[in-house]
Design a binder for this molecule. Sequence first.
Ligand SMILES: [Zn+2]
Length: 555
Amino acid sequence: MRVRYDRFYDYAALLETLNAWTAEFPSLLGVEPIGTSYEGREIPLATVTNLETGPPLEKPAIFVHAQIHAMEFTGTTAALALVDRLLHGHGSDERVTHAVDTRTFYVVPRVNPDGAEAGLADGRWRRSSVRPYPREEPEDGLHREDVDGDGRVLYMRIPDSNGSWKPHPDDPRLLVARRPDDLAGHFYRVLPEGTIRNWDGVTIPIAPALEGLDLNRNWPAEWAPESEQQGAGPYPTSEPEVRALVQAIVDRRNITSYVGYHTFSGVHLRPWSGHPDDDFPVADLRAFKLMGEEAMRLTGYPAISIFHDFKYHPKQVIRGGDVDWVYDHLGAYGWVTEFWSPQRAAGLDGYHFIEWIREHPPEDDLALIKLADELGEGYVDWYPFEHPQLGRVEIGGWDLVRFWFNPPLSRLEQELSPHADFALFLALVSPRLEARSFEATPVGDRAYRLRLVLENAGWLPTNVSEKALERKIVRPIEVELELPDGARLAAGRAREEAGQLGGRIERRSVTWWGVDHSTSERTKVDWVVEAKPGDRIGVVARHERAGTARAEVVL
Ligand SMILES: [Zn+2]
């Protein structure tokens, strides 16, 4: 079975695909639930690694999850496309084979199955979980709803002399803001498609969504309550979906990098949400930037800081987001990929990712509606409808779910394909512990000197980040000697600690004379044993993040 791009996955199709792949690739894929959603759906985790080269926890890992936000279906398809690439590329694609043999990929293709299932059923945009919060009952006002039953929730426009919108002179389907000094003309009031609860006949407040949670504001780092951060939930990890993810991540101490798949904007986001880049340890910011450059090269999406370039409000920062926790508490490199930029697809350039949504020149709308026309979906010309409360209105405008929050299906594969390469890159830059040599030299009667040389064959240091050291979350390499019966250790300890090893990331320029990193990725451990010729001595070196290396020598 291959990943499908001709429709978005519902929950049954998602499970069916994972089950089919588990049967087809038993030595590469395992699927297990990490918890259950608010409505009781299991949240599956796919673990991809070659079991013949070692169990998942003995290899460095990347953790990828998708669709924590209800309507971002693209993320699930991208996560499945990654798994598909790993499974079907193993054995034929050299890079994939190496990655699956030496690394572990943890993929949660749909964090929030409830929100996704509800959104597929009624087409109504909702942010995240379906749990009513912070109120149990809907508030009065306009609630988004598919009032004409065509499967889409669009906009309603009503002629109004005091309206804020007027038709674009070059394309009357488009509505543009009425100028401050537009005195006369044909103006409209625009409302989301929906019905009004307890309407007073005059005012039409937009009611806050009954489902007010944002599962990406419910994480334990720099969490803040609802008064400060909308959607935060009552306390960090209060929601079962987030709790399941957090537990799954802390249970897998081999995770070195992390990506959450979202939409939209066509951008890779990195921490912090609430702090400037100056607050990073220098080495970590450098690592993030180098990864970001590669992300841009592979996918065409720029890599930016949430704090500097992706604030929703110039004076507010996002609290309780996932990548801040992953980096700040675990010292792993956390990314958010926001798939798809309709603006870029329409040829726009140099716009601010957030401010553009708030305000932009009418010419940009023309470019976008041209794109929608070419793709055959995304913008619906206004058509009359007899609204049960408002009387005659027109329904139409942008289809948020099918054009903005997800690429039209005809663009889906093209948009997603390069991103498996970024996941492969993040997996391959991890540290990786290797036993370079393990040798025995006779030093006397039945006495041997044993020497184990360990190397970090990866790009990142074994500790992954400075932050991980600062948080004291990453343990040193542990080396354990396995002696046969009758052998005796004469010098050295059966269990040794071998510290952390540097990585190639430190070596960026041969002209840099400041620090000697020439063998910072290498160390040795020596022992003297008394044993008999022909004895077999094993050694195992373990590092939670860099993996496990084994070697043996025959005396
Ligand atoms: Zn999102």
